[in-house]
Design a protein. Structure first.
Length: 318
């Protein structure tokens, strides 16, 4: 696929894929979204069959326990033996189960298990032991606004170069301890496969905003290491007035806590997304002596005169 194109997805791609020969080959299903008012989550199941494992990760930002406090953060992680036949295996691990109700249209996420909860997301890095054990549950239904699509992401072959995404509506509930949260909002579904080497990319910046089926924006800035040092590529897509086109250029100014992201698509249309992460969880990806930090942030977003809360993801190497 060329950088200036968006392509559709085959229904056969919805399941796990047969693995390639590479040690770090991975197949990952992701869903992230929220109610647009500060309740947000991400859920990921990633299989690494050549390393013999399948992993589940769930992060939830909850409203403050009382006024004036920051959002609470819930994290669940599980690692289990990978199934022998990945292509026919259920998409399930730890507390998470993804179920495809209708290929390319509707999915269900079921949650049942245990997790840890911090008073704020930053405590995950600053005070990792300052958490409490909680039970988690829930049932969320995702319905795509349109068929999923591939687009150029800027990533190299070392980070799951095959992937597609799908914005859509989200409904259901989440339960943490004795609290229940009804959820009616928007979400982004992502399926990617190929080599996933977290340490191979100097940095990336993922951000976006979902307004409605005819207006959404996804932007990524990715550092690429070459013979002349690190350069940046830009990818993503812009749906404006019901017409979808890939992002082909752009830049991002500022930090995750206060940024302005500019994008131009293949049709020459421009978009400016403003964001400010108000609660950031520093997640560690370690391999040997190499350590990557993925900053998952509950982020206030502004675009086209609309305001909402979503998730931004900024990765850095240490």
């Amino acid at each position: 696929m060329s950088p200036g194109s968006v392509s559709e997805v085959d229904a056969r791609d919805e399941a796990f894929h047969a693995p390639g020969p590479e040690e770090q080959w991975s197949d990952s299903h992701y869903l992230g979204g929220g109610d647009g008012h500060g309740l947000a989550f991400y859920a990921r199941i990633g299989a690494r069959p050549n390393e013999g494992v399948i992993e589940a990760a769930l992060g939830i930002w909850l409203p403050p326990g009382r006024p004036g406090l920051p959002p609470r953060f819930v994290l669940a992680f599980a690692r289990e033996p990978a199934p022998d036949d990945l292509a026919d295996a259920p998409i399930a691990a730890g507390p998470l189960t993804f179920t495809c109700e209708r290929p390319l249209e509707e999915w269900r996420l079921s949650i049942d298990g245990g997790a840890r909860m911090w008073a704020r997301a930053e405590d995950l890095g600053e005070h990792p032991e300052a958490h409490q054990r909680v039970t988690i549950g829930g049932e969320l239904r995702f319905t795509g606004w349109a068929a999923p699509f591939h687009f150029a992401s800027g990533l190299t072959d070392a980070v799951a170069s095959r992937h597609y995404e799908q914005p859509g509506s989200l409904s259901g509930h989440l339960a943490v301890g004795d609290e229940r949260f009804e959820l009616d909002g928007a979400a982004l579904r992502d399926h990617s496969w190929g080599v996933r080497d977290w340490q191979s990319v100097p940095y990336w910046r993922w951000m976006g905003m979902l307004v409605d089926p005819e207006h959404f924006l996804l932007i990524n800035n990715v550092g690429i290491r070459g013979t002349e040092g690190v350069t940046e590529t830009v990818g993503g897509c812009l749906m404006l007035g019901g017409e979808l086109a890939p992002v082909v250029s752009g830049s991002t100014e500022g930090t995750q806590h206060d940024f302005v992201a500019h994008a131009t698509d293949a049709l020459g249309r421009t978009a400016t997304l403003r964001g400010a992460a108000i609660s950031v969880a520093p997640l560690r990806q370690r391999r040997g002596e190499r350590l990557t930090i993925v900053h998952e942030g509950l982020t206030r977003l502004e675009w086209l005169g609309h305001e909402t809360f979503g998730i931004s993801e900024w990765l850095e190497q240490t």
